[in-house]
Design a protein around this ligand. Sequence first.
Ligand code: A3P
Length: 302
Amino acid sequence: MEGLNLSSINQSTSRPELIDFEGISMVRYFTDEWEKVQKFQARPDDILIATYPKAGTTWVSYILELLYFHNTLPESQTSLPIFIRVPFLEAVFPEMPTGVELADKLPTTPRLIKTHLPVQLVPKSFWEQNCKVIYVARNAKDNAVSYFHFSRMVNLLPEPGNWNTFLQNFMDEKMVFGPWYDHVSGYWEKKQTYSNLHYMFFEDMVENTGREVEQLCSFLGLSTPAEEKERITKGVHFDAMKQNDMTNYSTFSHMDFKISPFMRKGKVGDWKNHFTVAQNEQFDEHYWRKMKNTTLQFHTEI
Ligand code: A3P
């Protein structure tokens, strides 16, 4: 982590191509160090935070950080951004240490590690070590909207085109990290046989963050005092995280906040401001076909 000069990161990196990787659409920023990712040695107390991009990864990462380290490492929350404290395992971004390097150097116990890999590509040591895995899922429509705005502002993803093109690509499963449909249902299936997986929903977090913090504590076996849980619940509110330079990605130079901020809206139902009636009908019909064999259910409004 020493020698990391975030302000010097080049903003003019050109957009990467979409590639096919093990049957999943990817960009090279997530596959360039694949062997090291696959060979990553998880420890039994590591906690893997797995999500489809834009499902609430940063939110749950920050909750976990505060639950574990609020009292012991307060200085780390004010001096290092969350993308360093919770390494993005498969990331190989220009002019930054790789996710594996950051994870290997993490001084904390547990180590909190983030991934967007679909379940079948998660390094096997996480399963062998019976690590706790926290998966956050978000309804497809809001997830697509958030991913669209994110793709506009971050130069590490392919150009999204306009909303109509992006939505069509989402349905055609041409998204970095693969189809949303397989991602959310893959981890849902895994949960049936792997009991150390806690499956959460973005919509539930918006509806009642305190309840979700409570459930996380019980999954993690933490006996955090009630006042502290309340403090944490307030600290992870959208407005607080948007103001906080260590959680709002303002120090991450591959993003252009003039196009769209990282902490954009944080709402359930913003899809209604984007989908036309025709797009919505087409999406619902396609969604039903893709998801008809799973018991997984989402709320698209609360
Ligand atoms: P929007 O683009 O809909 O606003 P990720 O961390 O996986 O990249 O997800 C980012 C999405 O989560 C963004 O959604 C962001 O605003 C939202 N988000 C992050 N922190 C949040 C919070 N504390 N409350 C509500 N939404 C939050």
